[in-house]
Design a binder for this molecule. Structure first.
Ligand SMILES: NC(=O)c1ccc[n+]([C@@H]2O[C@H](COP(=O)([O-])OP(=O)(O)OC[C@H]3O[C@@H](n4cnc5c(N)ncnc54)[C@H](OP(=O)(O)O)[C@@H]3O)[C@@H](O)[C@H]2O)c1
Length: 273
């Protein structure tokens, strides 16, 4: 279904640019099916050099005309102004795909001032290396086929889960903010190796690859993480000694509380609490 669409990416910054790359290289959309905008002239010319055959510019209204999918990838604080610029130019049957953190489909609907198919998404930055985790949900005027088009778009840069919109703040606390927790974990694991005498660059590479490899094993095998953990904890061995140490410091509770705090903060920022 995505193959038949013309996609306008409004705000080709980190997230918008990654999606652009995914649609072209990961999904095989033709350059003529994609338009992208941003404002900074130097960054625009970099973008044009990277994607020479794409229609790239500053004119948001021109970009959305004739597009069947309009991706809003600007910052949330720019949303109102940008929607005011494009709302009368967006095609009547176009769908809106938003990556705007905290803005509900009802808010976007109201800003466009007419019933539109709106899909809300919460991606994360690993999509920059095609390993994103994106949750998507649909607004009241969007159908299953709109969800499928959005799913195909974000599957070109990682994995996708469909969730009801009320879970978006929780998703923000889990996978949206999650890379920050994992970076802290990798940094701490590196320090732990350095404390045991491993040179820092070696410890860093071992720590990062361990996280990457363990995550890949979970996803590729579909095995429950507790089973995989049991498989590496030999009775009386090293891993179980370390697991006992982590349990005594409440690793699980710490993460449950961290995600709860991030979820509450997401609600607070969106004015949903
Ligand atoms: N980064 C994350 O981890 C993450 C995760 C989930 C969701 N999000 C959401 O993704 C969105 C984008 O985030 P980002 O990290 O990609 O930000 P970003 O790199 O700053 O990208 C925003 C882009 O919007 C462009 N822009 C601003 N005003 C514009 C206008 N009037 N017309 C056209 N383009 C305009 C900016 O262009 P210029 O710089 O050229 O002005 C920039 O390229 C945000 O809404 C955020 O909530 C981000």
């Amino acid at each position: 279904m995505l193959n038949d669409q013309t996609v306008a990416i409004i705000g080709a910054g980190n997230i918008g640019r990654a999606l652009l790359g995914g649609l072209l290289h990961g999904h095989g959309l033709e350059p003529g099916q994609i338009r992208a905008t941003r404002r900074n002239p130097a960054m625009l010319s970099d973008l044009q050099s990277e994607f020479p055959d794409i229609q790239i510019g500053t004119d948001n209204a021109a970009a959305v005309r004739g597009a069947s999918v309009v991706v809003l990838a600007i910052k949330p604080q720019n949303a109102r102004d940008v929607i005011a610029q494009i709302r009368t130019h967006v095609e009547a049957d176009a769908m809106i795909v938003s990556v705007l953190a905290g803005l509900t489909t009802d808010y976007l609907q109201a800003a466009f001032g007419r019933p539109m198919a709106v899909i809300r998404t919460m991606p994360n930055t690993p999509m920059l290396v095609d390993e994103g985790a994106t949750a998507i949900s649909r607004g009241r005027h969007a159908g299953e086929h709109h969800l499928e088009i959005a799913r195909e778009m974000f599957e070109s840069v990682g994995r996708v889960e469909i969730v009801p919109e009320y879970l978006m703040d929780a998703v923000t606390g889990l996978s949206g903010s999650g890379p920050a927790y994992v970076y802290m974990f990798i940094e701490a694991l590196t320090d732990a190796g350095v404390k045991q005498g491993i040179p820092r660059p070696t410890a860093f590479r071992l720590a990062a690859q361990t996280v990457y490899g363990a995550a890949k094993l979970v996803l590729d095998t579909g095995k429950h993480p507790a089973i995989l953990r049991d498989e590496v904890t030999t009775p009386g061995g090293t891993a179980i000694a370390a697991v006992a140490e982590l349990e005594s410091h409440g690793l699980r509770t710490m993460l449950i509380n961290a995600v709860a705090t991030a979820t509450a903060r997401s609600k607070e920022l969106a004015g949903n609490d």
